[in-house]
Write a protein that binds this ligand. Structure first.
Ligand SMILES: Nc1nc2c(c(=O)[nH]1)N[C@H]1C(S)=C(S)[C@@H](COP(=O)(O)O)O[C@H]1N2
Ligand SMILES: [Mo]
Length: 201
């Protein structure tokens, strides 16, 4: 990608300043690693992805089955609550519209669960209609363990703590249950454009 066009390629907004939510800075080419604990290392053969909770029966995909689901390539800006933002990150993965497309549910929320025990909660309306993916590829390469490989959730319109690394599944719920950081005082929703960093913001 040509560096000279950097910042002028935003689809939603015109220039780099307009792409930076309040209180954020552009981290540039760096890609910080932020994890609350050790990096779980799981071989894809021992990985599966599950949808459980409020649906007629649980769903499960092995790694091979997951890899065969239709993948999309997404280029998005990401925003960490610790104030770095990174423009034009390119991922490939399966839309949650695909994962949840045939699910008959009255649930309005989900709790993503992960290897290592991390969780994060989201309203379904924040993950449907092209807003969230389970990604297994970053810049054309398999997602590294540090950044959540074999697969992570990607919800780029919310602070990056909602993009759960090492994700193993989604629990569909009729009630909202705060996840790991949400229980530690971070905002329940986490919209960077509204600066929803901490509970009460
Ligand atoms: N499982 C898990 N997912 C996680 C985290 C974590 O500690 N564990 N940290 C979150 C936070 S706070 C951020 S900013 C991003 C960091 O992703 P990165 O390490 O790929 O930059 O992952 C999010 N997903
Ligand atoms: Mo974060």
């Amino acid at each position: 990608m040509a560096l000279v066009t950097r910042g002028f390629t935003g689809r939603r907004r015109g220039g780099p300043v307009d792409r930076l939510p309040p209180g954020q800075y552009d981290v540039g080419d760096g890609f910080p690693v932020l994890s609350a604990g050790p990096v779980p290392r799981r071989h894809p053969d021992a990985w599966d992805f599950r949808v459980r909770g409020e649906l007629p029966g649980p769903l499960r995909w092995s790694w091979a089955e997951f890899r065969r689901l239709p993948h999309e390539t997404i280029t998005v800006d990401i925003h960490c609550v610790t104030s770095w933002s990174k423009f034009d990150t390119t991922w490939s993965g399966v839309s949650l519209d695909t994962i949840l497309g045939d699910v008959d549910t009255d649930a309005e929320y989900l709790l993503a669960f992960c290897d290592g025990g991390y969780t994060t909660n989201l309203p379904l309306e924040d993950v449907l209609d092209g807003k969230a993916w389970i990604v297994d590829t970053y810049r054309g390469e398999p997602l590294t363990p540090e950044h959540g490989g074999p697969a992570r959730l990607l919800v780029p319109h919310l602070y990056f703590w909602k993009s759960a690394k090492w994700v193993r599944g989604l629990e569909l719920r009729s009630t909202d249950q705060p996840g790991f950081w949400e229980n530690f005082g971070y905002h329940n929703h986490g919209d960077p454009w509204k600066e929803q960093r901490y509970a009460g913001d």
